[in-house]
Design a protein around this ligand. Structure first.
Ligand SMILES: Nc1ncnc2c1ncn2[C@@H]1O[C@H](COP(=O)(O)OP(=O)(O)OP(=O)(O)O)[C@@H](O)[C@H]1O
Ligand SMILES: [Mg+2]
Length: 190
């Protein structure tokens, strides 16, 4: 997390730590941000001062620059978890009561609508990925995400990602958070 050229934090084991990494100045940081977002075909400038994008390795980057960011450019990069949790992992961690596992399985198999909400980094995508494992393999799944991060195991999947408008303000696609739709039955989350 870069809050400005002289304020860089990293999160390790769920805790934020200040680092001694510094950029030379706002312009240096801005150049780095510009380089990062342009590698994935996005742009950031005064007329479009915020970018949410997915990098080639799957990490998600968010950058905001002036005039929206008052104290200079800021950026965060959220990396993908290397080890994927499964339902047994959630039970072992004490996050999921064992007796609720079949309830969640039933909720997905009965195609009920599910809303998963929570703070940043609270485990929403992890839970959704795990729950998606209960969707039968013969269903057709369509996903719509702001920046794609779901890792569905089923073969019959169409993945869509939102798109910001171009310089003329055209071409904007669906926005919002993500939706997993199974044959017209929407499961939504944030
Ligand atoms: N129940 C849990 N116990 C411990 N760690 C967890 C748990 N669930 C998820 N995590 C870990 O926490 C991190 C964040 O999880 P995840 O990406 O699912 O959160 P999120 O709510 O989708 O975040 P964001 O708001 O950034 O989209 C990951 O490294 C994940 O492996
Ligand atoms: Mg998420």
């Amino acid at each position: 997390m870069v809050n400005g050229p002289r304020s860089v934090f990293v999160e390790r084991g769920g805790k934020l730590e200040a680092t001694d990494i510094h950029f030379n100045n706002d312009q240096h940081l801005l150049n780095i941000i510009d380089r990062i977002v342009s590698t994935v075909g996005r742009r950031i400038d005064e007329s479009s001062p915020m970018v949410d994008a997915r990098l080639k390795d799957g990490s998600r980057v968010n950058a905001i620059i002036p005039p929206l960011a008052l104290d200079g450019p800021s950026m965060s990069i959220r990396r993908f978890a290397i080890e994927r949790l499964d339902m047994q992992g959630l039970v072992d961690l004490g996050s999921m009561p064992e007796e609720l596992v079949p309830v969640f399985e039933g909720i997905v198999k009965a195609r009920l609508n599910v809303l998963i909400s929570g703070g940043t980094g609270s485990g929403k995508t992890t839970l959704l990925n795990i729950l998606s494992g209960y969707i039968p393999k013969d269903e057709r799944i369509v996903t719509i995400e702001d920046s794609a991060e779901l890792q569905l195991q089923q073969p019959h999947t169409v993945r869509l990602e939102t798109r910001p408008p171009n310089v003329e303000g055209k071409g904007k696609s669906v926005s919002g958070n993500w939706y997993v739709t199974v044959c017209g039955c929407a499961r939504t989350g944030s």
